[in-house]
Ligand binder design. Structure first.
Ligand code: G3H
Length: 194
């Protein structure tokens, strides 16, 4: 069996400010995670010559991957964070205050709620299909460095979690989820690096 390693990007400047979306760089703590992740990946995949690192096209994942040496890196737009449309760059407080109806509809049905001019979780799940097909096809390990909403959907696919749970799955920062697909099913290990 070959592992798939899933991780969020290191903490971003927008994470610190509580802003969703955007394309900010990583914080000092995020930089530290990037170094620890590189260390971990280089050791864990030492003899895996065909392994690759997949990121989104957003700076925070590319910067998180940047200290990792020795593996090809591939950027996927399909791994970009859920598009928050008109709410991009806002805090949840600001959404609640300035767009209370949007806030309430999302709370009621987070899976189906689509941000105005943006995406829903269902949209994200759909656009991940080519990524999942390629992940299944790969024989070598893959490290996926992406975002909270996207990783919830990917994780749910591999861990066989029901659709309705996806928007609520816990996806902590600075933690690697290792998925191993073997004949007896899926095994999971977590490494909290910070
Ligand atoms: O910026 C978006 C968040 O990572 C997604 O979190 O779907 O729980 O609001 P949420």
């Amino acid at each position: 069996p070959r592992p798939i390693l899933l991780t969020r990007h290191g903490e971003s400047r927008d994470n610190v400010r509580g802003r969703i979306g955007g394309d900010s760089v990583i914080s000092d703590s995020g930089e530290l995670y990037a170094k620890k992740l590189a260390n971990f990946v280089e050791k864990r995949l030492k003899n895996e010559k065909a392994a690759s690192i997949w990121t989104s096209t957003l700076q925070r994942t590319i910067l998180t991957a940047s200290p990792i040496a020795g593996f090809p890196k591939i950027q996927w737009r399909a791994l970009d964070e859920i598009n928050a449309g008109v709410c991009d760059g806002m805090t949840y407080e600001e959404i609640k205050k300035n767009m209370p109806e949007e806030y309430e509809s999302r709370k009621k049905d987070k899976l189906r709620y689509r941000y105005p001019r943006g995406e829903s979780y269902l949209d994200v799940i759909q656009r991940l299909e080519p990524v999942i097909i390629e992940l299944e096809r790969q024989r070598a390990p893959v490290v996926v460095i992406s975002h909270q909403a996207v990783l919830r959907a990917l994780y749910a696919y591999f861990a066989d979690r029901p659709l309705k749970e996806i928007p609520h799955i816990e996806m902590p920062l600075h933690t690697i989820i290792e998925i191993q697909m073997g004949v007896t099913g899926v095994q999971e290990k977590r490494y909290k690096l910070m």
